[in-house]
Design a protein around this ligand. Sequence first.
Ligand SMILES: O=C(O)c1ccccc1NCC(=O)[C@H](O)[C@H](O)COP(=O)(O)O
Length: 237
Amino acid sequence: MSAPEAVLGARRTRIKICGLTRPQDIDAAVTAGVDAIGLVFYPPSRRCLALDQAAALRARVPAFVGVTALFVNPDAQLVRGVIDTVHPDLLQFHGEEPPDFCAEFGVRHMKAFRVGAPGLDTAAGLARACVSHGQAAGWLFDSYSAGYGGSGSSFDTALLADVPRGAGVPALILSGGLTAETVGGQIAALKPFAVDVSSGVESAPGIKDPARIRAFVQAVRAADAAPGGFSGGALAG
Ligand SMILES: O=C(O)c1ccccc1NCC(=O)[C@H](O)[C@H](O)COP(=O)(O)O
């Protein structure tokens, strides 16, 4: 542990849980200590929310816990409607949205990259795609699945080898099939700034399991506390 961490205490891998649909699941995630809640606005997803439902969930989220609104190739009207109704802290674009589109709403955003998709199936191609989204606050890496995300499937993280990291570079957020059993090994190997999970803490699509949420958070904390734990990911240089 570096001197600052020794003085300030160990830093930690941030945690986002995505695809919540029920008030009790918001409460369970907040109580477990997650850093961000993801709300899905992609109609084919079984986790998709109506605006009024999402606004009610958002109202249960306390200060210092972020709310992310997730889209897949949306029209601008939907994005603006969610911003005006739900007031997300962050937007997450999970499709093939171009950089200018992602940046046009005046709300910070994450860009998701489905590793293995055409053009994103080599380390060099993935790095080029990331760099083209340099305005993002975070780069989220997910598996390549037919339903765009929330699939519970993982990907070969060796393809992240050329992704730029360090100060002034969008934070690296790892997702794709993470579970309480696997997240520790991924943190040890990749030192992401944050991890993101949906299926791995569910009993059914959109139905989160409080015990699985707690187990996931505890596994992340254990990985951070292990020798050589959290290095800050994008902040590590
Ligand atoms: O969650 C969904 O239903 C979803 C649908 C379409 C695009 C993205 C979606 N979720 C995005 C996320 O950030 C998920 O947490 C991420 O894909 C990881 O999901 P999982 O592999 O189930 O943990």
